[in-house]
Design a protein around this ligand. Sequence first.
Ligand SMILES: Cc1ncc(COP(=O)(O)O)c(C=O)c1O
Length: 388
Amino acid sequence: MFGFSFFDEVHDRTNTSAIKYTDLPQADKMPVIPMWIADMDFKSSTAITEALKRTAEHGIYGYGEIDDEYKSLVIEWYNRRMGWKIEKDELLTMPGVMFGVTMAIRALTKENDSVLICQPVYYPFSNVVINNNRKLVVNELILNNGRYEIDFQDFEEKIVKENVKVFLFCSPHNPVARVWKRQELEKIAEICLKHNVYIISDEIHSDFIFEGSKHTPISTLSEEVKMKTVTCVAPSKTFNIAGLQASNIVIADEAIRERVLKERTATCYHELNIMSIEAVKAAYKESEEWLSGLLKYLQHNAEVLRNAFPDDYKITALRMEGTYLAWLDCRKLNLSKAELDDLFLKKAGVWLHNGETFGDGGKGFMRMNIACPTSVLEEAIARIKSVL
Ligand SMILES: Cc1ncc(COP(=O)(O)O)c(C=O)c1O
């Protein structure tokens, strides 16, 4: 039912309050194809749409509250798909993953404490540290044979030198599309435990794993790691329901959970809204087949992109292990940030995120959201090729 034809359909998202399509800039080639922010141009599963219709048609939109079924569905999902055992008490809701990350940073650190991130990374990571008056410490990923790796020596040295309290981790990693291997996770955990560093693991992309890779939630490595970790997850990216604002945070250690809850209470956040609760239930209960179709489609798009931009071409699309955010190596073009933006947006009419947004290591790269019909991706590729 959710074969390629479902995802091939092109939908008009203009005038739907979608941020991706609001204020589309002017370009030489119109209309601009927006491939920047991370949401998908596909319809959610039919089950989610039906659940939202039922809720809308009921006509009463009062306060929401999650119930036992909500928790069971989330827990069963992660147990079934990743072998991750979560207790009901360990699960809290947040309106967004970055909201959860913020609560965890505030709970686990004081002002001026150091928080470590591996760049290039999703840019709100640095913002959240700086905006909460914590000290940002950066470990640069290393690009080795077309694949990013962690420089563990620098990672540990920075932890010691800067007296790091929290490592804010992106797993799988946006924007370099790495699905971290178990051995890499073990090394991270070993260093963090050795130096008493908490791990906040943003695993929002953990449902987007391509063939040949396997996601391991870092907290499943051992009891010790679990008690030192706060994991942020969500159905928002997975089922294209980010606009409904529902996410989950898993904290095994009771004392940490209390501290995070105290921060959450201080914001006067209440509970998820009724639309999102019903959508999350329909996602985890009835949308797995839709997700299987989506994953096949995204892998196909990743192949189309890689074939268009191979290693020996002017632009190289790095091999993707997961997520739907491709990382284009444009360093051979030898262009500045402004020149790259001009080439892609102004000349080609394809709106991407400039790699420098994700940190200094992103200089000369562009991030491309490939969660769109293949025909749209092909049009974007053709436009880029035509201006090179
Ligand atoms: C790694 C990562 N974390 C968090 C988010 C945003 O999540 P939310 O909108 O739930 O705060 C994104 C969105 O692109 C992301 O890529």
